[in-house]
Design a protein around this ligand. Structure first.
Ligand SMILES: Nc1nc2c(ncn2[C@@H]2O[C@H](COP(=O)(O)OP(=O)(O)OP(=O)(O)O)[C@@H](O)[C@H]2O)c(=O)[nH]1
Ligand SMILES: [Mg+2]
Length: 312
């Protein structure tokens, strides 16, 4: 993202390690299934193709993306005549597929609001703590809004993160109107000159109309009260739920505008390939990866790094 300090060499190495650790299960399974066929000198024959197809489907890339990838690899390996190892071709083609997914526009330096949405338990509140920690690390002032007023425990959980991180949390009593919390939070953000207001929300897909109205009302408050601020809606998906997360995303897209995805719990699954499915089948850019339960366990999504960590 623009305006963010580029990590130095040490920082980059740390992020790479974190990404590698987060993708460990997906990587181990892919490599186990593909065996020697990733190495130089191995032919990309029928047998290798079938094995790769099975491995990619198993990593939850989705059928359409898997077939497209196989087609491109066939072309490439025919041209390369075995000179390049399949692993290198695969990394390049996975990165290319990811780079084709439209990224959201660069954000300006002004204040911004992030609405964090997603169904229950996917990792919204923890992800907010991670985003807040990262803003603090970059020297930006951040404020949180406890917009999940549905459960008292949700407000407490966010307040606890706020205490731990030393970040303000704007809250009201459980059961109050989330849009009113957001209204208060915007006034507070302005008074405290916050750079970034991050809003927690309740995810109740079983009542779509209610959810839609609630999110639309919050958005209206932001548009009215924080005119001129950049506002984005970040959908949190739980990577361990695989294809199910994809249907959740589809449901959300029916009721709300979504600008990008934070894929949480990548460390707990071998289905890391769903990043491609989210991008290619839903047209949604994956912006962040959650790779653990601690505030520092967040990685920016970068196509080339992701493809490399998946296979190298
Ligand atoms: N391993 C791992 N666990 C995670 C990650 N993100 C969140 N969790 C865990 O997932 C559980 C649910 O996280 P929450 O942040 O409470 O999820 P939520 O979406 O806010 O849940 P509700 O408020 O109930 O809707 C917690 O135990 C988190 O520690 C991640 O990236 N990796
Ligand atoms: Mg929560």
């Amino acid at each position: 993202m623009s305006g963010e300090r580029e990590p130095g060499n040490g920082g980059r190495a740390r992020l790479w390690e974190r990404l590698k650790a987060g993708l460990n299960r997906t990587h181990a399974r892919l490599v186990e299934q593909l065996g020697g066929s990733l190495e130089a000198g191995e032919p990309f024959d029928e047998e290798a193709r079938a094995r790769l197809e099975e491995a990619l489907l198993g990593a939850d890339l989705g059928l359409a993306t898997t077939e497209l990838l196989l087609e491109r690899l066939e072309e490439r390996s025919a041209r390369a005549r075995g000179a390049a190892p399949l692993r290198d071709l695969l990394v390049e083609e996975v990165a290319a597929l990811l780079e084709e997914i439209p990224a959201p526009p660069e954000e300006g330096p002004g204040p911004r609001v992030t609405l964090v949405v997603g169904v229950n338990g996917v990792g919204k509140t923890t992800s907010i703590a991670k985003l807040a920690a990262r803003e603090l690390g970059a020297g930006r002032r951040v404020l949180l809004a406890a917009g999940d007023t549905f459960r008292a425990a949700a407000i407490e959980q966010l307040a606890l993160w706020g205490e731990r991180l030393g970040v303000g949390v704007i809250r009201q009593a459980a059961g109050s109107d989330p849009a009113a919390v957001v209204y208060d939070a915007i006034q507070a953000a302005r008074a405290r000159r916050a750079d970034h207001l991050i809003v927690d929300t309740a995810g109740r897909l079983h009542n779509k109309e209610h959810l839609m109205n609630e999110l639309a009302k919050i958005r209206r408050v932001v548009d009215r009260e924080a005119a001129g601020w950049a506002c984005r809606t970040l959908l949190v998906l739980d990577a361990t739920t695989g294809q199910n997360a994809l249907s959740q995303a589809r449901e959300f897209l029916r009721v709300a505008r979504v600008d990008g995805v934070l894929l949480a719990k990548l460390d707990g699954t071998a289905k890391g390939g769903m990043v491609l499915a989210i991008g290619r089948e839903l047209g949604l850019p994956v912006l962040y990866l959650g790779v653990g339960e601690q505030p520092e366990d967040l990685v920016d999504f970068r196509p080339r790094d992701f493809a490399a960590a998946l296979l190298e």
